[in-house]
Design a protein around this ligand. Structure first.
Ligand code: C5P
Length: 241
């Protein structure tokens, strides 16, 4: 088997299905799966716990010098350590989710993260998922996907993933209230991720754009898997879908 280094970049807005696709591809072709969003989330948690203002770029840059973030690919996702302490579950809470999209607008924080991410991917076979992987982190990635879907489809999918009882950390309430809270949270993150000055969310010119609004998960996975096989001629190491 050809074991040369290989980077598959998967970018797109929140709720477009990037994580599911990245996990599947990594398993199917025997690659590591790295979720870069988890790194921004871990840093946001550090800022929240340290009481640092999420809009203060200089204070955040200082904080970043005292922060260690480790991403460990494990079965079914990434284990995340912040200063040696596992925070894998905590970083999915709503306050951290919004915090991540706030700390990620600051250029010094992005420069730091991009350096960490390049080091993680170097000389490896990796499916890396995020917002700027194909545009900034690995502009020469072997293959790039930009996974998109309408805001309505994305918030509907998020809603279906969570139990109305816990509201995915958005607070308790009726189904309609939870749905509205998820849609609002996605809209806010979309606006921040797309409109920031530094590395805004956009498709790389050479990315394969997939709009999954009217596609089933299986259709998306099959389409992406076929493209990877056609473009990269990779051997399949795990047939199960
Ligand atoms: O992908 P995830 O939802 O975990 O990302 C959380 C936030 O981190 C995003 O809303 C975005 O603001 C930021 N992010 C980023 N660049 C990446 C990955 C995530 O700016 N490569």
């Amino acid at each position: 088997m050809n074991e040369r280094a290989c980077i598959i970049a998967i970018d797109g807005p929140a709720g477009a299905g990037k994580s599911t696709v990245a996990k599947h591809l990594a398993k199917h072709f025997g690659f590591l799966n790295l979720e870069t969003g988890a790194m921004y989330r871990a840093f946001a948690l550090k800022a929240l716990e340290s009481g640092v203002d999420l809009d203060d770029a200089a204070a955040l840059e200082q904080l970043s010098r005292e922060t260690s973030i480790t991403l460990e690919p494990v079965e079914g996702g990434n284990r995340v350590l912040l200063d040696g302490v596992e925070v894998t579950a905590r970083i999915r809470d709503a306050d951290v989710t919004q915090g991540a999209s706030r700390v990620s607008v600051h250029p010094p924080i992005r420069v730091w993260m991009v350096g960490l991410q390049r080091a993680l991917g170097r000389n490896r076979r990796v499916v890396m998922e995020g917002r700027d992987i194909g545009t900034v982190v690995f502009p020469n990635a072997d293959l790039k996907f930009f996974l998109d879907a309408s805001p309505e489809a994305r918030s509907q999918r998020r809603y279906e993933q969570v139990s109305p009882m816990d509201g995915a950390g958005t607070g308790t309430g009726t189904g309609a209230q939870v749905h509205a809270a998820i849609a609002k949270e996605l809209r806010e993150r979309d606006a921040r991720d797309r409109n920031r000055a530094e590395s805004p969310l956009r498709a790389a010119p050479d990315a394969i754009v997939i709009d999954s609004t009217n596609m089933s998960l299986n259709e998306v996975l099959t389409s992406i898997e076929d493209q990877v096989r056609d473009h990269l001629h990779l051997p399949v190491v795990n047939e199960e879908l």
